[in-house]
Design a protein around this ligand. Structure first.
Ligand code: LER
Ligand code: MN
Length: 263
């Protein structure tokens, strides 16, 4: 089981401090945020070069909106994604986490050409992903599509929505990631949903039912983690949650809990 932690959750002033803390707590990797990466690449690479800690993934952080109304917004998102796919490659990461859009639809409702705006958004996203997939393939990394709960976006709320999109891209470098917090809201059965995407599941976000660390809420992690093990899931699971004080010991406690469940 390979466990990562988002950089902002780790105590420490500099990235190097965070790497030392991740190492001390027993993590395998760090998930970095995609913002300002250009300026931070050197310090990130320097910090991990002398450590056993890897960079698992880049979380979003690009400008624009893949499903924005203006062409410029969509182009900004595409270019920002391409740039971060290259960074992911340079960092040895699995790939870049992509949430197609947040909040409400920005495109017009074209009924009766499309039943609803979602179908138009789906078609547009698939075309964009077909282009982006080629860059991901060249860089040897994955585009990790993340389904998000209905309170944060109207689009691609469930794992199966993402699986269907990937199946229409016809590219080997567009994959799915699953976030336990969002699945807890949207899925009927988390293990069943994980099973439905296991062939293209390349990343996981860990948070309990209340967005606290695993073990601090009421999500059943045992059944899904056992299933992932049985199916040979070999990618990362990254902590993305709020850590109550005292941060260091609570992270340590939660990580121990997760590792035990995954044994
Ligand atoms: C947002 O809720 C989330 O889960 C993030 O991973 C999206 O970037
Ligand atoms: Mn997430």
């Amino acid at each position: 089981m390979k466990v990562s932690c988002q950089e902002n959750l780790l105590p420490g002033g500099t990235f190097k401090d965070k790497v030392c803390m991740a190492e001390k707590l027993g993590f395998d990797a760090i998930e970095v945020w995609g913002r300002d990466l250009d300026a931070r690449m050197k310090s990130i690479l320097d910090a991990v070069s002398s450590s056993r800690i890897k960079i698992s993934t880049i979380c979003s952080g690009y400008p624009g909106d893949l499903l924005g109304l203006d062409r410029k917004e969509r182009e900004d998102a595409m270019n920002g994604i391409i740039e971060r796919l290259r960074y992911a490659s340079e960092l040895g990461a699995v790939g870049l986490i992509v949430v197609p859009t947040f909040s409400r639809p920005k495109l017009p409702d074209l009924y009766p050409l499309y039943r609803d705006v979602i179908e138009l958004e789906r078609r547009l996203l698939i075309e964009e992903l077909r282009i982006l997939d080629r860059y991901a393939a060249d860089y040897g990394v994955y585009i990790l599509l993340e389904p998000i709960n209905r309170y944060e976006t109207h689009f691609m709320n469930r794992v199966l929505d993402a699986v269907k999109i990937v199946s229409e891209v016809y590219g080997d470098n567009t994959a799915v990631m699953a976030d336990f917090f969002h699945m807890n809201i949207e899925e009927r059965d988390i293990s069943e949903s994980l099973l439905s995407c296991i062939h293209i599941l390349k990343h996981i976000h860990l948070a309990d039912s209340n967005r606290l660390p695993p073990g601090f809420g009421h999500t059943d992690f045992k059944t899904p983690l056992t299933l992932l093990k049985k199916h040979g899931y070999r990618y990362y699971m990254a902590y993305e949650c709020r850590i109550p004080e005292p941060v260091e010991s609570n992270l340590e406690r939660s990580l121990e809990y997760v590792r035990k469940l995954g044994e």
